[in-house]
Design a protein around this ligand. Structure first.
Ligand SMILES: Cc1cc2nc3c(=O)[nH]c(=O)nc-3n(C[C@H](O)[C@H](O)[C@H](O)COP(=O)(O)OP(=O)(O)OC[C@H]3O[C@@H](n4cnc5c(N)ncnc54)[C@H](O)[C@@H]3O)c2cc1C
Length: 393
C-alpha cells in the first residue's frame, strides 16, 4: 500500500516501525497473552507509548518543533495502514491513535504555554494520555444538543454532565470536554475544557463492550467538577470551531486504518483460497471465489487511490469538507464489504468467534458509525454539492 512513498528518510521510519512491531510488540503480546479483545493494562500501554516516543515514532505526525518528524498526511496514512494490517493489538498505540499526539494534533496551536507544559507536552512524550469527549447519551449526530454545562464560579468553572462512548477514556489522564458555557445564545456557546480525570466528582465507567470486543471506550460522568478557568482551551465559546477544525482530517485518517484491516482480510482470503480444498482441488479454482477476490482487490485499489488523493489534497491545504466525508463514507462501506467477502471465502472458519477475519468484520462494521455515521457523511456531501446550485447561494 502507498508504494509511491519512496523518500529514503520516510522509508527508514516505515521500516523502523515494522521492526518495532515485529521485534518488540508481538513478543510483548505473546508474553502477556494479549489480543485485540483483551483489556489492555495501562502500565503496558504506558510502556509502549514511552518506548515509541523514545524511538521517535509516537509524535511522528507533529512538527519537528514539537518533537515530531513533521510527517505529511499521506505519509501518516501509509503508516496507519501498515499498523492496522499488522494485526497486532498494540499497533494503534505506536502512533498514539487512542490518546496520544494525533488526538491533540490541530488543537495544539490553541494551547496556552501553561497548557502545553502541563497537559500536551507530557502527551507528546508518552507520559500522559488524553481523550476527546463530545458525545452524550442523548446527543450523538446532533452535536449542538449537548447538555454538559460549565458554569462560572469566581476563577473556576464547575462542570456537570455525562459523556458517552469516549475512545481512550479508560486509560486517559485528562479529557478535552465539550461543555455548554452559554445556553442562551443561538446556537449555544460551546467551550473546550481540559478536565483531569482524577478530580473529585469525575467517574469513568466502562460497563459496555462494543461489538469489536475492544476495551477502549468509556463514559465520563462529571458531577460539580471544579476546574480553573485556565483549563479553557482556545477561548470561551470557541469549542465547536475547535472540534470542527479536527473533524475533516480525523475522518480522513480513519480511512487508512480501515484499508489496512481490509487488506489483511483480503490477503488471508487469498492464502485460504489457495489452501482450502473442496471437490478435489483448491477453492481458488472456482470462478465464484475468484470473482470475490477480484472484487476485493478492485475495491482495495479504489480505496487506496481515494485516500491518497484526499491526503495529497490535505497536504496541499485544500478544502477537505466534501472529500474527507466522501472518503470516509466510501472506504468504510467498501472495506466492510471486503470483510464480508473474506468471511464468506473462509466458510465455517470465517464465522468462528475470534478468527481474525471474523474480528475484522466486527471491527470494520463499527467504522460506519463513529466520527460521523454514513448518513451524516452523505448529508455533508449533499450539502457541499447542492449548496452552490441553491438559490440562496
Ligand atoms: C466505538 C466508538 C467510539 C467512539 N468514540 C468517540 C469519542 O472518542 N468521542 C466522542 O465524542 N464520541 C465518540 N463516539 C460517538 C460517535 O461519534 C457517535 O456514536 C456518532 O456520532 C453517532 O451518534 P449516535 O451513536 O448517538 O447515533 P445517532 O445520532 O442517534 O444516530 C442514529 C441513527 O440516525 C441517523 N441519523 C441521525 N441524524 C441524522 C440526520 N440528520 N440525517 C440522517 N440520518 C441521521 C444516524 O446516521 C444513525 O443511523 C464513539 C462511538 C463509537 C461507537
Amino acid at each position: 500500500m502507498f508504494e509511491q512513498l519512496q523518500d529514503p528518510p520516510f522509508v527508514a521510519i516505515r521500516q523502523g516501525i515494522q521492526r518495532f512491531v515485529d521485534e518488540e510488540l508481538r513478543p510483548m503480546e505473546r508474553e502477556l497473552g494479549l489480543d485485540a479483545e483483551s483489556p489492555l493494562p495501562v502500565e503496558v500501554l504506558r510502556k509502549v507509548w514511552r518506548r515509541s516516543a523514545a524511538l521517535g515514532y509516537y509524535a511522528a505526525c507533529l512538527p519537528q518543533a514539537l518533537g515530531g518528524k513533521g510527517l505529511g498526511i499521506l505519509e501518516q496514512c501509509a503508516l496507519k495502514a501498515d499498523l492496522a494490517a499488522s494485526g497486532c493489538a498494540l499497533a494503534p498505540h505506536v502512533l498514539g491513535d487512542l490518546g496520544g499526539p494525533p488526538r491533540v494534533g490541530n488543537m495544539l496551536k490553541h494551547a496556552t504555554p501553561e497548557q502545553l507544559e502541563r497537559y500536551f507536552l507530557p502527551v507528546i512524550r508518552g507520559e500522559r494520555s488524553t481523550c476527546f469527549a463530545l458525545t452524550e447519551p442523548h446527543s450523538g449526530s446532533d452535536v449542538m444538543s449537548i447538555r454538559t454545562r460549565a458554569v462560572s464560579d469566581g476563577d473556576d468553572l464547575v462542570i456537570t454532565g455525562h459523556k458517552h462512548y469516549i475512545s481512550g477514556a479508560p486509560f486517559a489522564d485528562f479529557a478535552i470536554v465539550m461543555c455548554v458555557t452559554d445556553p442562551e445564545t443561538t446556537p449555544p456557546a460551546i467551550t473546550a475544557v481540559l478536565v483531569d480525570l482524577d478530580l473529585p466528582g469525575v467517574t469513568v465507567s466502562h460497563e459496555y463492550v462494543p461489538m469489536s470486543g475492544q476495551h477502549i471506550d468509556a463514559d465520563i460522568v462529571m458531577d460539580q467538577v471544579r476546574v480553573p478557568r485556565s483549563c479553557v482551551l482556545g477561548g470561551l465559546g470557541r469549542g465547536f470551531a475547535l472540534g470542527m477544525s479536527r473533524i475533516n482530517v480525523n475522518r480522513l485518517l480513519h480511512c487508512p486504518s480501515m484499508l489496512g484491516l481490509a487488506d489483511r482480510a483480503y490477503r488471508m482470503s487469498l492464502d485460504y483460497a489457495g489452501q482450502r480444498r473442496q471437490f478435489g482441488g483448491p477453492i481458488a479454482r472456482f470462478q465464484a471465489i475468484q470473482h470475490m477476490l477480484a472484487d476485493m482487490a478492485a475495491a482495495l485499489w479504489a480505496c487506496e487511490s481515494m485516500i491518497a488523493q484526499t491526503a495529497m489534497l490535505a497536504d496541499a491545504g485544500g478544502d477537505l469538507r466534501m472529500k474527507a466525508a466522501a472518503c470516509k463514507l466510501f472506504v468504510s462501506e467498501r472495506c466492510f464489504e471486503i470483510a464480508d467477502k473474506a468471511v464468506q471465502i473462509h466458510g465455517n472458519v470465517g464465522v468462528t468467534r475470534g478468527h481474525p477475519v471474523e474480528r475484522t468484520f466486527r471491527l470494520l462494521r463499527m467504522f460506519r458509525v463513529f466520527t460521523g455515521t454514513s448518513e451524516i457523511q452523505r448529508n455533508t456531501i449533499a450539502k457541499a454539492i447542492l449548496e452552490p446550485a441553491s438559490p440562496a447561494a
